[in-house]
Design a protein around this ligand. Sequence first.
Ligand code: NDP
Length: 680
Amino acid sequence: MKKLGNYICGNWIEGDGEGQLLLNAVNSDPIAAATTKGLDFSSILSYARKTGNPALRKMTFHERGRMLKALANHLFQQREKFYSVSYLTGATRADSWIDIEGGIGNLFSNAALRRKFPDLPYCTDGDAINLSKGGNFMAHHLLVPKEGVAIHINAFNFPVWGMLEKCAVNWLAGVPAVVKPATITSFLTEAVVREIIASGILPEGSLQLICGSAGDLLNHTMCQDTVTFTGSASTGLLLKSNDRILKENVPFNLEADSLNCIVLADDVRPGTPEWDIFIKEVRREITVKAGQKCTAIRRIFVPDNLLEDAILAVGKALSQTIIGNPMNEKVRMGSLAGQVQRTEVKEQVQKLLASSQIIYGSLDSVEVIDADISKGAFISPLLLLNERPFSSVEVHEIEAFGPVSTIMPYKYIEEAVELSKKGKGSLCSTIVTGDNRLATQYVIETGTYHGRILVLNSECATESTGHGSPLPMLIHGGPGRAGGGEEMGGLWGVKHYMQRIAVQGSPTTLTAITQVYQQNAKGNVDTIHPFRKYFEDLEIGDQLLTAKRKITAADIDEFADLSGDHFYAHKTKTDFAGTMFERQVAHGYFILSAAAGLFVDGSDLGPVLLNYGIDELRFVKPVYPDSTIQVRFTCKEKIPQDKKEESDIEKGIVKWLVEIMDESNEQVGIGTILTMVKKI
Ligand code: NDP
């Protein structure tokens, strides 16, 4: 029997012994064996720390982002290979799309996230903090990539997405990964890792793969590592309590069982668009991936007077689901990942039946097409009814990880809120309502118990990404039973793999470290105007102190006429008693325009291509007629840009700090403006 490879320490290695036999979920044919026997788990982690980590951490965010983009493009080209393997897990093409293209989408999304970071290996976090009266002592929080490795122990249900959603984030942060997929579907993860390694896009040591038991891997972790786990609460607890994890304070991100729920609000009636949206969402959540989704809806709450209608409608929708061989195009629901999973689901349903009854589907039979029911891990979608959700425990505690959901009645929205929280923490919850007052109440009153809440109605339904889809830009994770972890979440997720440090010092030192000009830092005054310098030649801190300009009452009147802004404060004849001003005051936008007139040098074509906008702008002191203004103009930050087309001009964005002072050298305005500057 073919053995799956383990990619460790730069080589594909087979483990010793016969290993665990992995079977096709649809017909029980053997696929391969997985074993990690004989592997030295300590050297796997050392290799990641010594080889992968230094290579990744010295790259800038932009380089890492471009690497993710190249990898995403490569895997996207190869995706058909993965689809053909994915069928063996029992997944339909639509299920596999979530796993495969959803995973690749995470790489693309994190690649694009690079634009939110500087072109440096590290970044600042939050705003600068002034710590002194004189302005010469300050602090900034900094994020630097951890020196360890991200260890991902994944569940069987998303062999591709589960790896890529996590790795995309640790690679962007500059940290390598060791991936241990659930053994039963590891053959698909292995197929993807083979393509990743063969592409040569990642620096060596960025990714290692273990197909089979994790052995004593966690006993070799250290404080710079991060462990993420997705799977059952019991395994999660066992691993989280590992001695070494506790002693070294290794961050452990847990994502476990979650009894996600949907609430049909009582403003929705049968026959309305929201009703159909609700039924469709419930059917989809029960049948997609045969219900093997950590986010799937397990509990359905409907107003008690609509219970019967809802049962009929959900049952009718489920009856239209064709079950069978996932390779058959007519099939909408494939099999579970294996016979063991089917046995587990049935056992969990039996426990639920202590306080519920099956009202759609059967535990013992299922109609399938193009498949042999005695060989495949098929199961019927099951809708359970629990009429006493307040007194039943099971329905809020037991996760049947298959196409199983329980419908329950409630009387008032307050009851729905209480029932929703009885799950003791979930990954996501949905409320279907057209009433934004109800939506607000539900979100605010249940928000502490759910990682994500979807408010679904006819305004957003056609474009909604759905209850069950975690998105790379949003937090995925939930409190309590859901594990208390957090994955993804855009910028937020990257921070899990970086150390946050508070750095104190002078503004000039902090400018050098952060590569962002800090107020009061020493500037570099040059004979060449900063607008005459190309992107590469500009240095953070390049500074210009402009000539002065007197602001007259005539200027203000003319600006009012030109712009049409005749706000009372800009008129001479206003009675200023009881206002914030003493007399006619200049428009803030005029002061900024006048400032631009002082700092811009560009009457002939130069490296500055265009004005790109303003990040922040404050007018801090009124400018009255006959005041004189002057500008300190400083190169604050440089952000390179990639060319979209070959014919594009090579360029970057330059941020400038604009400090506008009056004749007493007091600041009247401060802003950050952006220009697009040509590269040489
Ligand atoms: P497990 O908790 O059994 O396994 C999850 C991962 O942990 C797998 O990679 C598994 O590897 C690994 N693992 C198990 N034991 C150890 C150990 N001692 N040391 C190191 N790694 C270990 O979950 P399953 O994937 O089998 O799913 C079981 C149940 O978990 C499901 O039926 C469902 O209820 C729940 N689940 C919840 C999810 C959620 O996010 N809410 C997602 C998926 C599952 P191996 O495969 O080699 O045993």
